[in-house]
Design a protein around this ligand. Sequence first.
Ligand code: FMN
Length: 317
Amino acid sequence: MAKVVAFSFGRKMSNTEVMLKEVLKKCQEAGHEIQFIRPDDLDIKPCTGCCGCVVGILTGRTNGTCIHKDDFHIVEEAYYSADAIIVGSPVYETSPSGTFKTFCDRLGPSHDIAFLTEAKKDRLASGDPNVLLPDEIVFKPRVGALVGVGGARTENWTIFTVPIMYESMMSAGVDVIDTHTYFGAMNVQHVLGVPEQMERMDKMAQNIIDALAAETEEERTKWRGETDGACPVCHQSMFRVHEGSDLVECAICGINGTVGLVDGKITYKFSKEEQMRSRLKYAGKLEHRNEIADGAMTQKKVENLAELKKPYLHIGE
Ligand SMILES: Cc1cc2nc3c(=O)[nH]c(=O)nc-3n(C[C@H](O)[C@H](O)[C@H](O)COP(=O)(O)O)c2cc1C
């Protein structure tokens, strides 16, 4: 038996919540333990940007402790207890909700698997018997699924939702195996009147159940979504195009590829090396951890900073 946890950012018992609960219901019927959390009901303060979590990990003082004393520990305990995580958000202004973003910021560097893995290695290598090691639960493999729910009839009004929702899985290194966007939700009073959407949630549940039953890592992390997408790593199709070249960059993975045209169809190529650099994979996260650690250690000091700031202190306030 594994544990499946859902986090919903939609209204109580509205579309997003019931869709996630359908996934949980099927997972429970398959014998798994389940938990449902509505983070909007909790007191979760926005990240202040102090970077105390990162400094704590890099200096060995903490495992990423946040300065806030609020309800985020409830999210953290549920998230870490899970073998599978489903996150659902309504679409607000083409993107997930604001509280969803706060949730991701609070999961950010403090729960980054590369920061925590390297911290463990460095602390063990120090030979100090009193070092503080990260709890082993942070290293547990997890699979994830994302659900976006938009009221608009046109899918383009949901465009940033699922791509941004990858942020909820990125730092802890959760392997996303399925994503779904339900658009046109305003056409019907409730998703319970849209059988094909509920059936899609049953399929998502089955995908999670299959991933949890996998005997190999390849099988566990296998992409099980409905379409393959243009990016071979995240299976989404959101690219930054570099003007004047054939270079494209996956907005989610941060990896570079090239674009071409064959028989009137756009083709994309991402080398194996680039695919490994995705920020959804350990090597990509390590690259980022190292740039942050190096930036913090070699940061150029600005002379007379307090004096330089003075003229700006009360401008426009
Ligand atoms: C502030 C706000 C902005 C919204 N913006 C969009 C949007 O950009 N695109 C869209 O498809 N739906 C938009 N919607 C509609 C919601 O996505 C829709 O009502 C959805 O069903 C809410 O999910 P829920 O029923 O689970 O709460 C917006 C709703 C609100 C309240």
